[in-house]
Design a protein around this ligand. Structure first.
Ligand code: C2E
Ligand code: CA
Ligand code: CA
Length: 658
């Protein structure tokens, strides 16, 4: 039936059916095309696709895609297909030029009908081309984009109305895809430029950091030799000392001064002098190992910080440094021999802060130079060259002659019985013009001279006489005095002590001698000798500032002492510092294991006192219990009864080890 109907259909119907089919095919094709184009986001690809499809769709000889520039003043064929495509592609034209220009200016499609809108003078020229060309605008959702131009239909015909409609439909379909791709491209460009910006920022940041580093390098290095300068050396020294302190090891500082450098500089000129300094710096540097720091302090002065080094290690390095100068240095084809004087100072023995250590090394270097030696190790006696000290020494001598050095008493508390069982006698000197001078300042001066012996005997006599006085008043108190390193070398000391004790009829067991751990360790064998003698006499011996002097356990076992006095630096921090708390605790355990008793010095808070009691420290001394007091104040203190005081009426339980 259907067949029959078709068969019998009039021509008109057939034609209609044919057109419908054609339309369907066109729509399918258009949809396909837009699908392909719509899924493409690379703009150039989109333009190329649009041109190629329009070319197929319209059967044109040439297709171009003129796109308006963002300033709207020109357009560019972003794609072209067919005849002359190569020349047309990417050609840029002002908006005033050509039919494309007209379309873009007027935002209207071009076809034959346009001719009617032209004035007479243009008409002939336009009329010639008009039949062979259709041009439709591309309009996006947000903006006018440009157009699609089809030039010359392949074959005889001109473009017809159908072609015009078809191209219009096609343009509508693809313009959104074009606009999206354009937007995407813009976005990408923006992204890229922001990335470029970020990159640029990072780059300038890098440069800034670099120049900062350069600046810092400049501030901390000597520009001539490139070695660390004084500032950096001081910093290294400070760091080194802190580490040495923490890890309880030594550190050495070597100060180096070139001999006759000034003469070289003056006679041969600065450039030779400079080259010499650079050469010497390089020679020195080549002898050193990683942790050692060589620096130039200024002029012809160099210094080396040797972390962890002791005297022996420092001497080895000095040997290497001197050997490095054995071969002459060649400058401008001339050979120069350089000699240097070196001074060694070791932490903590010769100073426990950077400036003290530098000063000591400087003094040692000066001595080496003066004695024409290659090196000298700092020695306290060197310091007598200090004029300030000389002046002090004269006054001190006078004070000792006039017996003007006073004493203060600081009680020691027995922690188990909670009673005062003894006092430490501390020297006090009030200078007529300078006022009170701390013992740490004047005792080293006395140690450099023979005066320390007389001084110690004076203190001893006062201490013994007052101890006897307290005992006569019924207080069962012992007394402790401090001995200095030089007292340990004095063979007469034991006999002199015995004489004084006899004179005041004080039982020997009530006198305690405190000797610092570092004084003992200065000459361990000699110390052992004299301590043994003193111990045999029945005196009490205490190792003062224990923990700061590096004695070994095996040595400690041989020492004939009764007491370890834990240095205040550990005690004062023990509540806040775990390491210190551990040191205090293990020192107490160690002492007890060796049959020794312990005193914690520098007890300033109740908290510390309680903790010490808890961990079975035997005695405590410090500001909490009492500051060092004058005789009168001490007598009042005893009477005030803040703490109970050991008296002879008590059971003589632990009288000895106060
Ligand atoms: P040292 O023998 O360790 O004496 C303890 C020092 O710590 C004393 O300083 C004392 O006043 C101070 N002190 C006591 N309790 C506390 C406290 O709770 N906190 C703090 N921060 N300090 C406290 P001083 O009297 O200035 O004596 C300093 C050093 O001088 C003594 O240290 C001792 O080595 C030496 N010295 C003092 N008198 C003599 C003496 O007659 N002969 C000798 N050879 N040396 C002496
Ligand atoms: Ca002491
Ligand atoms: Ca001490």
């Amino acid at each position: 039936m259907g067949r029959k109907a078709v068969y019998t259909a009039p021509n008109e119907l057939r034609e209609l059916q044919a057109r419908l089919k054609e339309k369907e095919a066109e729509i399918t094709m258009l949809t396909e095309v837009t699908d392909v184009i719509g899924s493409e986001y690379r703009l150039q690809k989109v333009f190329d696709l649009v041109a190629a499809r329009a070319f197929d769709l319209l059967g044109a000889e040439t297709v171009t895609i003129p796109i308006l520039a963002s300033d709207q003043k020109s357009y560019c064929y972003r794609a072209a297909c067919g005849v002359n495509a190569e020349e047309l592609r990417f050609a840029e034209l002002p908006i005033e030029v050509g039919i494309c220009g007209w379309v873009l200016r007027n935002r209207k499609p071009w076809w034959k009908g346009v001719l009617d809108q032209l004035d007479g003078c243009n008409r002939n020229k336009w009329e010639q081309e008009a039949g062979n060309l259709i041009l439709v605008p591309l309009v996006g959702k947000r903006q006018f984009l440009g157009g699609i131009a089809c030039i010359n239909k392949i074959g005889e015909d001109n473009f017809n109305a159908h072609d015009f409609d078809l191209l219009g439909m096609f343009a509508n379909q693809v313009s959104i895809a074009i606009e999206n791709a354009m937007f995407f491209e813009e976005l990408n460009a923006a992204k890229q430029s922001s990335e470029a910006y970020r990159e640029k920022l990072a780059e300038s940041n890098r440069k800034l950091l670099l120049s900062n580093e350069e600046l810092q390098h400049f501030a901390l290095h000597d520009p001539l030799t490139e070695l660390p300068n004084r500032t950096l050396m001081l910093d290294r020294l400070q760091q080194g000392i802190l580490t040495a302190k923490r890890n309880r090891h030594t550190l050495a500082l070597i100060m180096i001064d070139l001999d006759h450098f000034k003469e070289v500089n003056d006679t041969l000129g600065h450039s030779v002098g400079d080259a010499l300094l650079v050469g010497v710096g390089e020679r020195f540097q080549s002898t050193l190992r990683e942790p050692d720091t060589l620096g130039r302090l200024g002029g012809d002065e160099f210094a080396v910080v040797l972390p962890q080094a002791d005297r022996e290690a420092a001497l080895t390095v000095v040997g290497k440094l001197q050997a490095a100068l054995q071969r002459p240095l060649e400058i401008d084809h001339n050979n120069f021999s350089v000699a240097a004087s070196m001074g060694i100072a070791v932490y903590p023995e010769h100073g426990n802060d950077p400036s003290k250590l530098l000063k000591s090394a400087d003094v040692a270097m000066y001595i080496a130079k003066r004695n024409r030696d290659e090196y000298a190790i700092y020695n306290i006696e060197h310091d007598s060259y200090n004029p300030n000290r000389l002046e002090l020494l004269n006054d001190l001598r006078a004070a000792i002659q006039q017996r003007e050095i006073g004493i203060a008493f600081q009680p020691k508390l027995d922690l188990r019985r909670q009673i005062i069982t003894g006092v430490e006698v501390l020297a006090r000197w009030t200078h007529p013009t300078r006022g009170a001078i701390p013992p740490t300042d004047f005792i080293p001066v006395l140690e450099q001279t023979g005066l320390i012996k007389t001084f110690t005997l004076q203190i001893l006599e006062k201490a013994v006489s007052y101890c006897k006085l307290f005992q006569d008043k019924g207080y069962q108190l012992g007394v402790a005095i401090n001995l200095s390193m030089h007292n340990l070398r004095d063979e007469n000391l034991p006999a002199q002590i015995a004489t004084i004790l006899d004179r005041y009829h004080l039982d020997k067991q009530f006198l305690m001698l405190e000797i610092t751990e570092s004084a003992i360790m200065h000459d361990p064998e000699l110390s052992l000798d004299i301590l043994t003698q003193l111990n045999k006499m029945g005196l009490q011996l205490s190792v003062d500032d224990f923990g700061t002097g590096y004695s070994s356990l095996s040595y400690l076992k041989r020492l004939p002492v009764q007491q370890l006095k834990i240095d205040h630096s550990f005690v004062s921090d023990m509540m806040g510092d775990k390491d210190d708390a551990m040191i205090v605790r293990s020192t107490i355990d160690l002492a007890h294991n060796l049959g020794l008793n312990t005193v914690a010095e520098g007890v300033e808070t109740q908290e510390v006192l309680d903790r010490l009691t808890e961990i079975k420290c035997d005695h405590a001394q410090g500001f909490l219990i009492s500051r060092p007091l004058s005789l009168d104040d001490f007598m009042s203190y005893l009477l005030a009864g803040e703490w109970e005081v050991s008296t002879f009426s008590e059971v003589k339980e632990a009288g000895r080890d106060y």
